[in-house]
Design a protein around this ligand. Structure first.
Ligand SMILES: [Zn+2]
Length: 164
């Protein structure tokens, strides 16, 4: 069942962040040359099965002031997260599959967020144009358990703001 979430579930599962990057971004890497991400709209797929589940992990992504621990932190620290799709009990690679099936999808850099994954070219997908809410809702509908949280547009505490 798809629903507009009013709060993030504390259960384990997969999530998709819809990020809006209004300028190009350089993401440093420890043992290789940096990644260059052009401006655009991005879907990042991850999973959270630790304590606090999806709520804990996504809340961290939504904070602008955080230690830059993962590559995606560089992105989520400056790019507003416009929407979050959650799939309790789900797998991040399935969300990657769905996002890659949407029109205009492309892999901006190989391996981003997927260093331990043998299935996906990356867990970060780029779109030149904005995805409509209907497109994202479609992912949610197809993934039966998924729900969508619309956020106000800037990083910050967003639980309880389903958006217009
Ligand atoms: Zn994967």
């Amino acid at each position: 069942m798809t629903e507009n979430l009013t709060e993030l579930p504390a259960t384990g599962g997969a999530y998709l962040l819809w990020l809006v990057l209004d300028r190009s971004l350089t993401v440093p890497r420890r043992r290789a040359g940096p990644w260059q991400l052009p401006a655009g709209h991005y879907a990042y797929c991850g999973s959270a099965y630790g304590p606090g589940g999806i709520a804990s992990r996504v809340s961290r992504h939504l904070r602008g002031d955080k230690a830059l621990r993962w590559h995606v932190d560089h992105l989520s620290a400056i790019a507003p997260i416009a929407a979050v799709l959650v799939d309790p009990g789900g797998h991040e690679c399935d969300l990657v599959d769905w996002a890659l099936g949407l029109p205009g999808s492309e892999i901006p850099v190989k391996g981003f967020g997927a260093s331990d994954c043998r299935r996906c070219p990356a867990h970060l997908i780029r779109f030149e144009r904005d995805l409509s809410r209907r497109d994202l809702a479609l992912i949610g509908r197809t993934r039966r358990r998924a729900g969508i949280l619309w956020t106000p547009g800037r990083n910050g505490p967003t639980n309880g703001h389903p958006g217009p």
